[in-house]
Design a protein around this ligand. Structure first.
Ligand SMILES: N[C@@H](CCC[C@H](N)C(=O)O)C(=O)O
Length: 301
């Protein structure tokens, strides 16, 4: 962090943030439905400052809960990674947002539409005795054609299994990858043993590979059975995380299109498991938990 006071106020007031997680993928939520939000140009620096594990609160990023701009949506979500870059969508984050807006009484509906950078996304709450115990999200339709994620190569061609030469720590190796969009860009790499992957070395090499000019989220995936996979994640803008919801969907789609899995899989991540179903209607449905960690006041002085 640079010297000087980090951003951390809106309309002169300290920021009230709520820290939540989906399988350990943790975000700070700024409720723009109950108070002011800092101006757009301050948001990347704010995300970096609050996400910092030493000088800030510590998180994988910052999520804004906002009123919708488009007809048909009830809420709007913006997600900033820990490095301040803005992502189009966040699967774990949207489950948390869905629980938060319900618990705060902003809706009594159990299913609603959230406007995101990846288009309208529909979460459905699972309630037990009035408490949100899980959320199923209609994550939309995956896009496999090459142009869907800015990846070098002829647009329109399906990037089902393509070779990718990666250089990490002076070593070159060719991986077979499946690149696809869940609204945000993903690269799925099937490996024999996910525990043997040197994530700290390979993650950044994939994220900054010239084939992905907008960078990429990478998922090293071991197939345990046609219904179960184990994944380690390197997220664009946040590095290693305990789970990635959009990534788990990308993994399930990549497993199905390459014939490694069926269309319904349990995705085991370091932080827990997500249930992913790629329906006949073409939509991917993700089911998983959303949990609170703390309410905090961010007031750097
Ligand atoms: N953790 C998220 C994805 C967050 C955004 C991602 N790092 C990107 O930049 O695309 C998830 O659960 O989907």
């Amino acid at each position: 962090m640079t010297a000087g006071r980090p951003p951390g106020r809106a309309a002169g007031r300290p920021l009230r943030l709520t820290k939540m997680h989906g399988l350990g993928n943790n975000y700070l939520f700024l409720d723009g439905l109950s108070g002011p939000v800092p101006p757009d140009q301050e948001l990347p620096a704010l995300a970096r400052a609050v996400s910092d594990r030493n000088f800030g609160i510590g998180s994988d990023g910052l999520i804004l809960v906002l009123p919708p701009r488009e007809a048909g949506a009830q809420f709007r979500m913006r997600i900033f990674n820990a490095d301040g870059s803005e992502g189009e969508m966040c699967g774990n984050g949207i489950r948390c947002l869905a629980r938060l807006v319900y618990d705060r009484g902003y809706t009594r509906a159990e299913e609603f539409t959230v406007e995101t950078g990846a288009g309208p996304i529909r979460p459905r709450l699972h309630l037990e005795n009035g408490e949100v115990v899980a959320v199923t999200v209609d994550m939309g339709v995956p896009r496999l054609e090459r142009g869907a994620i800015p990846m070098a190569g002829p647009a329109g061609e399906r990037a089902v299994e393509v070779p990718l030469e990666v250089e990490a720590a002076g070593e070159r190796r060719t991986f077979t990858v499946t690149a696809l969009s869940m609204g945000n860009p993903h690269c799925v790499v099937f490996v024999d043993d996910v525990a043997a992957v040197d994530l700290a070395r390979l993650g950044p090499a994939f994220e900054h590979h010239p084939a992905f000019p907008q960078r990429v989220n990478t998922h090293f995936t071991q197939v345990l059975s046609p219904q179960r996979v184990r994944v380690r994640v390197w997220e664009r803008g946040s590095g290693p995380t305990l789970a990635c919801g959009t990534g788990a969907c990308a993994v399930a789609v990549a497993g199905a299109v390459t014939g490694r899995t069926g269309r319904r899989v349990t995705v085991e991540l370091p932080g827990g498991a997500l249930d992913i179903r790629w329906d006949e209607d073409g939509h991917v449905y993700m089911t998983g938990p959303a949990a609170y960690i703390a309410d905090v006041t961010y007031d750097p002085r």
